[in-house]
Design a protein around this ligand. Structure first.
Ligand code: TTP
Ligand code: MG
Length: 403
């Protein structure tokens, strides 16, 4: 299954202010006085605004030209993260494995669950209902035997869509759609493929090509003219899963865990311990220039039973704050809050070294500033001692040093 939230930021804004419902809404940058920034681009817009031709990434002035009555609202980033976490916690109730690929989208792997879930359409309906009831926004879901096809299917009947592609009919489903609907193909790639097809006399005129036209080319021709990337797209067009969405090889992971002096069932202590361990993980990541996307939490019960849980963050991060927030969610999903524990651990995997910037998005500046703040705290700790600046939540762990 591929799940993608509908007009995500705009839907959250509408949930926060229901008087916007049914109206064309643009999510743009807003200055501290609540005035829209005229030269910014819009992050997204409601489906009502899309009817006028408004799109993500458009300059705000252009979107307002297309739809002068549109209402411009602006970024409650924390609310988007909260809604995203809520949605993927719901998905985790059903899917044994989740691979989150963006702030509002994820693949839910149901392979091998045929006996528990004989009807995946029913499960998808339940997930959609839970999301709408509990988070107040809508999701579109695609179900298919390959990731590429599931992703295209989730987009097929947006908003509030549910598209099921029968096993083995992936190629048939994709064939009539424009080539640019295939993930990884933008207008430039599509134009390049079209030019090659015209030069080789396979296509006569400058028309829009469908996924099926591309899929029916001989494999050798594609490999020769479009290389490995082209071949991988061609396989996707033929309904064969390809490599793009497979998780990348793990370069490294950064982790810390600690066995307590005495078993504990005190949530305050356990959360403070998690924060303390995350401070150390975050500091190492920033020191080494690492950025990672997957957070893991492990707990060990007094009888040594050990369980862990992991989830992808929307963006690669080196921020203690973001790692901890996800860690706290995972801990709450793992632990009932009263069974005594003897160990807690946190790790970040899918780490990439020397990632130059945090994932670019509308809120770059907020995250860049936070990174700057955490690096300054690292500096203060290196100069004045590890415990010179500590989160207030750690005051209960007085005996522990951050070194
Ligand atoms: P998308 O899933 O691409 O878009 P969407 O959820 O707004 O609309 P759709 O119903 O078509 O899925 O992106 C998710 C969020 O990411 C989007 O709400 C805002 C943000 N975003 C940007 O900030 N800039 C961009 O250029 C894009 C494409 C998205
Ligand atoms: Mg979306």
């Amino acid at each position: 299954m591929h799940l993608d939230l509908d007009a995500f930021f705009a839907s959250v804004e509408i949930k926060l202010n229901p008087s916007l419902r049914g109206k064309p809404v643009l999510v743009g940058r807003v200055d501290p006085h609540g005035r829209s920034v005229p030269r910014g681009v819009i992050a997204t817009c409601s489906y009502e605004a899309r009817k006028f031709g408004c799109r993500s990434g458009q300059p705000l002035f252009q979107a307002l030209k297309l739809c002068p009555e549109a209402i411009v609202v602006g970024g409650h980033y924390e609310e988007y993260i909260k809604a995203s976490n809520q949605v993927f916690s719901i998905a985790a109730r059903y899917a044994p494995k989740i691979e989150q690929t963006g702030i509002d989208e994820a693949f839910l792997d149901f392979s091998g669950t045929e006996l528990i879930y004989p009807d995946l359409v029913e499960i998808a309906k339940k997930i959609k209902e839970d999301v709408e009831r509990e988070v107040g926004i809508t999701a579109s879901i695609g179900i298919a035997g390959t990731k590429v096809c599931a992703k295209v299917a989730s987009d097929f009947q947006k908003p509030d869509g549910l598209t099921y592609v029968e096993l083995g009919r992936e190629k048939e489903f994709l064939a009539p759609l424009p080539l640019t609907d295939l993930p990884g193909v933008n207008n430039k790639t599509s134009q390049k493929i079209l030019t090659i097809l015209i030069d080789s006399n396979i296509v006569k005129e400058n028309k829009e090509i469908a996924i099926g036209d591309f899929a029916s080319l001989p494999r050798d021709f594609v490999e020769e003219n479009l290389g490995k990337v082209g071949l991988s797209l061609w396989q996707a067009a033929n309904g064969i899963d390809n490599l793009w969405f497979s998780p990348r090889a793990e370069v490294k992971s950064v982790s810390r865990s600690e066995t307590f002096a005495k078993n504990s069932s005190d949530p305050k202590f356990i959360l403070a311990m998690l924060q303390y361990l995350t401070e150390k993980v975050g500091e190492e990541m920033r020191r080494e220039g690492y950025f990672g996307r997957c957070v893991h939490v492990t707990i060990r019960y007094s009888d040594f039973r050990t369980v862990s849980r992991q989830r992808m963050l929307p963006y690669s991060t080196a921020l203690t704050k973001e790692i901890y927030e996800m860690g706290e969610i995972l801990l709450k999903e793992l632990w009932d809050g009263c069974t005594p524990l003897r160990l807690v651990g946190i790790a970040v995997s899918k780490v990439e070294a020397k990632c130059q910037t945090l994932q670019p998005n509308l809120f770059d500046r907020v995250r860049e500033k936070r990174l700057e703040l955490e690096k300054r705290v690292d500096y203060l700790r290196s100069k004045f001692g590890k415990d010179s600046v500590v989160p207030a939540t750690l005051s209960g762990l007085k005996h522990r040093k951050l070194n």
